[in-house]
Design a protein around this ligand. Structure first.
Ligand SMILES: Nc1ncnc2c1ncn2[C@@H]1O[C@H](COP(=O)(O)OP(=O)(O)OP(=O)(O)O)[C@@H](O)[C@H]1O
Ligand SMILES: [Mg+2]
Length: 263
């Protein structure tokens, strides 16, 4: 009898948890992520999670309805994976960045640091007037940011999946963003047609977790790689030929590197 009661109790608790979960979201089921999501609810950043936009190697991205603390209708929620095959890669982009040099490198902590780092990079870029999603806040390994897409909640397409009417203009805008980023001593470090979204004909730079500050030993190398990736894409797809050395020189001559003081 006692056993049966125990079972019934257990079942009703499971049902309760399930009900609570459904109330919050039927797309996020991991306990730690749910806890972080609850905080997003109580901070009124998010009111309801709608659907999964993308499942990547590093993170899952969801579109959510905003809460009262956010003016816009939708929010993009990026949930960083705790278990990831590119754990070693993350360390490379953290060690050497003066802001995040001394971190404990266990898996959950790394995901949190990565999330904090993307928040911080987006904040710097947004404040510098670069078109990136405005970061709203983060809890643990969950980052809330401006949703780039239309008013119905459809996410913007990647540069790679868009046929541009004015590719030259878009390329110049992206190079202008790189210049501005360099002026505030940041380099994206994974810039390509995959990490640019196109909304109303304008490019938005996304995915800035790996971006590093001047002082990182590979800052110059990452900058070169970003320039090569972008120019290569526009050459291949739109036959726009720009001299890589000229672009790089212009980027460096306009940098704010002299103002950099190591923390
Ligand atoms: N702010 C946003 N607004 C709308 N869509 C977004 C936003 N951020 C990310 N996305 C969508 O989610 C996808 C993955 O985002 P992101 O590149 O930041 O994550 P990732 O971990 O690098 O994923 P991947 O391994 O696929 O590159 C993007 O290609 C884009 O389609
Ligand atoms: Mg990406």
């Amino acid at each position: 009898m006692a056993r049966r009661l125990g079972k019934r109790k257990q079942k009703s608790r499971e049902e309760f948890v399930l009900k609570e979960r459904n109330k919050i979201s039927d797309v996020i089921t991991d306990d730690r992520t749910l806890q972080n999501l609850r905080k997003m609810f109580s901070r009124k950043v998010v009111s309801e999670v709608s659907f999964l936009i993308s499942t990547g190697k590093e993170a899952d991205v969801y579109v959510a309805h905003s809460g009262d603390a956010v003016e816009k209708r939708f929010v993009a929620l990026k949930v960083f994976r705790i278990e990831t095959s590119s754990f070693a890669k993350r360390i490379d982009y953290i060690t050497g960045d003066p802001r995040f040099d001394k971190v404990k490198n266990d898996l959950y902590n790394m995901a949190i640091v990565w999330c904090k780092k993307e928040y911080s990079n987006l904040r710097i870029a947004h404040d510098a007037g670069i078109d990136v999603p405005e970061p709203y806040g983060f809890v643990g390994n969950m980052l809330a940011m401006e949703f780039i897409g239309d008013d119905s909640g459809t996410p913007a397409k990647r540069l790679k999946d868009t046929d541009l009417d004015q590719p030259q203009k878009v390329l110049h805008r992206i190079l202008g963003f790189m210049e501005k980023l360099n002026k505030v001593n940041l380099v994206h470090a994974d810039l390509s047609e995959y990490n640019v979204l196109m909304s109303s004909g304008k490019p938005y730079i996304i995915d800035m977790g790996q971006a590093v500050m001047l002082g990182h030993p590979k800052y110059a190398e990452f900058m070169e790689r970003d320039v090569i990736n972008i120019l290569h894409y526009f050459r291949k797809r739109y036959a726009i030929d720009m001299d890589y050395e000229v672009v790089l020189e212009k980027l460096n001559s306009n940098s704010g590197q002299d103002a950099y003081v190591k923390a």
